[in-house]
Design a protein around this ligand. Structure first.
Ligand SMILES: *[C@@H]1O[C@H](CO)[C@@H](O)[C@H](O)[C@H]1NC(C)=O
Ligand SMILES: *[C@@H]1O[C@H](CO)[C@@H](O)[C@H](O)[C@H]1NC(C)=O
Ligand SMILES: *[C@@H]1O[C@H](CO)[C@@H](O)[C@H](O)[C@H]1NC(C)=O
Ligand SMILES: *[C@@H]1O[C@H](CO)[C@@H](O)[C@H](O)[C@H]1NC(C)=O
Ligand SMILES: *[C@@H]1O[C@H](CO)[C@@H](O)[C@H](O)[C@H]1NC(C)=O
Length: 396
């Protein structure tokens, strides 16, 4: 006797002692159905209790198992209800199985299981397989808007026009994209407004279309938008020389809806004519220092991404603009001293020039005044001599 038959034997003994009725087997549920509410992913699975269990005071539960037909890891759920809803991948056929589990009391370890009943659900998969779009790439920019771009199917003429439908739990019905991204008049992507950006729940997408009266094979995608965020570049990167051989660097988190504690950073720096080197920045920190050598230009840029505490995945932001600082010889203090000496020299030179100019102006003015005075005197003397001569002439 194997273990299973032993447990069945004990179960029977228990049942016989608790209830005079003998329960040797249990029937599977009936009328298993899979219902598509039209939300591009969620399916409602429902069934009915086996009639043989009606009016019996037993602990009845159901075990569900469901997955795509060729998948090896099916989900298993045990429930007392007669229905269950979950999200599915509609790109392949789906298999749903259910069986009855019965105990005489819920606390008891002895349990009878029925056979499985199963159903295969075929999502709408019309059209030729090669007409289906190839990968969809979606990016949520700084939690402000989302852009999704797709690649044409392998065997489609240039006249194909794809259409995108989407659904998430805040929508009462499936919506069509209302802002297509176009290339040469054909739809190649969709732009989603911030109202549609819902995180931590399935965001279902179906891309289908039609091609000369023939349907295009729909492609289904289920996204988690919090894992597709690309932050804006960090702002206001500031470099200061904090001592003779240390630069301190500070920056601001990108403005927007991403919480600062959800961001991580990466910094790259390079000295004169060397390659970019990465510097690891601890989580949540927005400053760091660099050990430097003198007489070199140091340049730095920073980028940001959502960290592992807030999402499973993310994209790096673009790099901030490059900021540079020249580290002069002799280090920080000496640089300022040299600067002050230079200023002093310039100041003294300026003052001397001003003084010389002023003195020479005064000198010239005085010379000129003297000249004028001298000329006046000469004229006066000349006139007087003439008058005297006249007088003398008359006297003669
Ligand atoms: C599932 O596997 C079978 C063979 O194992 C194969 O013929 C069939 O095409 C597969 N279906 C899908 C959707 O990949
Ligand atoms: C694609 O659809 C757009 C808008 O619906 C339309 O303006 C355009 O002519 C279509 N292109 C083709 C090639 O059918
Ligand atoms: C594309 O999919 C949507 C959503 O499932 C559906 O309403 C629409 O009829 C489909 N269009 C075509 C041409 O199959
Ligand atoms: C920078 O210099 C300080 C002190 O001189 C030293 O403790 C630190 O390890 C240095 N850091 C790096 C990255 O070289
Ligand atoms: C400034 O330069 C002198 C040598 O010219 C050096 O001895 C001194 O340590 C320097 N000061 C600093 C702060 O680097």
């Amino acid at each position: 006797m194997d273990l299973k038959s032993i447990s069945v034997f004990f179960a029977l003994m228990l049942w016989q002692s608790a209830d005079s009725e003998m329960l040797t087997s249990v029937d599977p549920p009936t009328n298993l159905q899979v219902i598509d509410p039209g939300y591009l992913g969620p399916l409602r699975m429902c069934w009915q209790a086996p009639t043989s269990l009606a009016n019996k005071k037993l602990c009845v539960r159901y075990m569900l198992s469901y997955c795509n037909v060729n998948s090896t890891n099916c989900k298993r759920v045990i429930t007392k209800q007669l229905e269950y809803t979950d999200g599915f991948n509609f790109n392949e056929e789906i298999i749903v199985k259910v069986r009855t589990l019965v105990k005489d009391q819920c606390k008891s370890a002895m349990e009878l299981q029925s056979d499985w009943v199963e159903i295969i659900y075929r999502p709408p998969l019309e059209g030729h397989a090669d007409s289906k779009v190839k990968d969809l790439q979606c990016i949520v920019y700084n939690l402000e808007y989302m852009e999704c771009l797709w690649q044409d199917g392998m065997a489609v003429p240039q006249t194909i026009n794809y259409t995108l439908y989407y659904w998430h739990e805040d929508l009462e019905q499936t919506m069509q994209c209302n802002n297509y991204i176009k290339h040469h008049g054909r739809t190649v992507g969709c732009h989603f407004q911030s109202d549609d950006l819902i995180e931590f729940t399935d965001f279902n997408i179906c891309i289908n279309g039609s091609l000369e009266m023939e349907p295009v094979r729909p492609a289904y995608f289920t996204l988690q938008l919090q894992d597709l965020v690309k932050a804006a570049a960090p702002a206001e990167v500031k470099l200061t020389l904090s001592s003779a051989d240390t630069i301190s660097i500070q920056w601001e988190p990108p403005a927007g809806k991403i919480k600062p504690h959800c961001l991580k950073y990466e910094l790259q720096f390079r000295g004169k004519s060397s390659d970019w080197e990465a510097k690891v920045i601890s989580e949540g920190v927005t400053s760091t220092t660099l050990n430097v050598t003198t007489n070199t230009i140091y340049c730095v840029h920073v980028r940001a991404a959502v960290n592992m505490f807030c999402a499973d995945d993310s994209f790096w932001s673009d790099w901030s603009s490059v900021h540079c600082l020249t580290v002069r010889s002799e280090g920080g203090d000496n640089v300022t001293i040299q600067l002050n000496v230079a200023k002093l020299v310039v100041l003294i030179a300026l003052m001397s020039i001003t003084l010389i100019l002023t003195l020479s102006t005064i000198y010239c003015w005085i010379r000129w005044k003297r000249l004028i005075a001298k000329k006046k005197l000469n004229r006066l003397l000349n006139d007087n001599i003439k008058d005297i001569k006249k007088c003398i002439h008359i006297d003669y």
